[in-house]
Ligand binder design. Structure first.
Ligand code: NAD
Length: 440
């Protein structure tokens, strides 16, 4: 019988951000199911009452709406939109708004849940939330994007507030989109309320250091991991998948510490140079050419070479589900620093642990962004703004402490850094839930 080619092709396209190929079929990986597995693995070590675990695992509120948006040609187009508030136990729901064609409720719930655990790992007083609009921002004009963001804010306005739910940028959104969010929200209240959203432009109450914060956090946690493993960064090698905000900034900051990057990939292709790639020059090249391909002194390589390179540090900083049970055995790095959210599946984690690969889990590694978002929210509320040095210094303190807490939990419980990070986070959330009690 001939293979059923048509069905396979359709599924691949729809779920292209979260699929694994298994023989002749393509099976989407539910990212939310992955988070549940990670939580269960940690809960097993913690012996927490099952009813409390049931309470903290599921999202508190998931909102789905269809937004009508006027397009430039005068027609109206409907866009599906989500806002998930996973937890408000430790503070307002906190998390970005993603504009991407593959946004789904499953993905937004997973990302909202990770935000709860991420905020708890770095010990900031936030819960977890996330939002998304199913749209392709690369094919929309600035006016269409503005109307989409304003309609999103207006239609879900009762969910948001500095003490309720504080969004931020994510894939496909940025400081300008957050300015529209802040303005739409503020206009209903007839006064400026900068603390309702973070990741704003600096002139509108954004924090210095926010743009670099996630990459800086990746660098700081990698530095701590290297120290723990006795790896000298001045002679270390690395590869990075994804060269956007997180990938390029973490690569630049690690490069400044002496790390030699031999492989870099973005969505357009992958490049290599065994002698090392000049990261600051590559950043300028990508700004101009919108691709890493053709960067002088490098040759093109296969995308998988970047993941399987024999380097000390691998920084996945692009998409979810990149290292799965199918390819985890081929990873040869000593440290994986998860710049992206969910780049390693739970099944792959088991293989990596067996192979003695030290994974700095996403909820710790990329928590620099939410930490400086917290600093931005604090500065907005006190109306006093810190210098970039102050922001970076405070970030360093938070990240170093969080790494120590997770490493200690990993040693105490004889487990991986991922499970340890969840142990730290779940313990902090459960403590608060127990103190508050469950109102019913
Ligand atoms: P970005 O859009 O700035 O960059 C994404 C990069 O990934 C681009 O270089 C793109 O070309 C590349 N890419 C996309 N598909 C790829 C593929 N198949 N192979 C190789 N490269 C590919 O996004 P970002 O803000 O850097 O976010 C990257 C990841 O980090 C996401 O998982 C995001 O959720 C996570 N994250 C971001 C922040 C933040 O503050 N920006 C914070 C925490 C986590």
């Amino acid at each position: 019988m001939p293979p059923k080619k048509t069905a396979k092709k359709k599924t691949t396209k729809k779920h292209s951000r979260s699929v694994v190929q298994r023989k002749n079929t393509t099976i989407p990986i539910s990212v939310f199911a992955n988070v549940m597995k990670q939580i269960d693995a940690a809960a097993e070590k913690l012996h927490i009452d099952k009813s409390i675990m049931d309470f903290i695992k599921v999202p508190r509120r998931s909102t789905m709406m269809n937004l009508p948006v006027r397009m430039d040609d005068g027609s109206f187009k409907m866009f599906q939109a989500f806002r998930v508030q996973h937890s408000i136990a430790r503070g307002p729901a906190k998390g970005g708004i993603r504009f991407h064609p593959n946004v789904s409720l499953d993905e937004v719930q997973a990302l909202a849940s990770w935000m709860t655990w991420k905020s708890a790992v770095v010990n900031i007083p936030f819960g977890g939330g996330k939002g998304g609009v199913v749209c392709d921002p690369t094919k929309m004009s600035e006016g269409e994007l503005e109307r989409t963001m304003r309609r999103y804010t207006a239609d879900m306005i009762d969910l948001f507030g500095p003490d309720d739910d504080v969004p931020a940028p994510d894939v496909g959104t940025g400081p300008k989109t957050m300015a529209w969010f802040m303005d739409t929200y503020s206009m209903r209240e007839n006064r400026s309320i900068p603390g309702v959203v973070t990741g704003k432009p600096i002139n509108l109450g954004g924090s210095l250091g926010r743009n670099e914060a996630t990459g800086r956090g990746v660098m700081l946690t990698t530095r701590s991991a290297a120290k723990h493993l006795g790896l000298d960064l001045a002679t270390a090698t690395a590869s990075v998948q994804g060269f956007g905000n997180v990938g390029s900034i973490s690569a630049r900051l690690l490069h400044e510490l002496g790390v030699k990057f031999t492989h870099v990939a973005d969505v357009t292709g992958s490049i290599t140079n065994s002698k090392g790639i000049d990261i600051p020059k590559l950043i300028k090249y990508v700004e101009k050419n919108k691709t890493v391909l053709g960067f002088p002194g490098t040759k093109e390589c296969k995308p998988q070479d970047v993941l399987y390179a024999k380097v000390d540090i691998l920084v996945p900083a692009a998409l979810e589900n990149q290292i799965t049970e199918k390819n985890a055995g081929k990873v040869r790095a000593r440290i994986i620093a998860e710049g992206a959210n969910g780049p390693v599946t739970p099944e792959a984690d088991v293989i990596l642990a067996k192979n003695n690969i030290f994974v700095i889990p996403d909820i710790l590694c990329n928590a620099g962004g939410v930490t400086v978002s917290y600093f931005e929210w604090v500065q907005n509320r006190i109306g006093y703004y810190w210098t970039e040095e102050e922001v970076n210094q405070r970030l360093e303190q938070k990240m170093d402490l969080a790494f120590e807490d997770v490493l200690k939990a990993s040693k105490d419980n004889k487990t991986t850094m991922r499970i340890a990070a969840f142990i730290v986070a779940i313990t902090r959330v459960v403590d608060v839930v127990k103190l508050r009690g469950i109102y019913s």
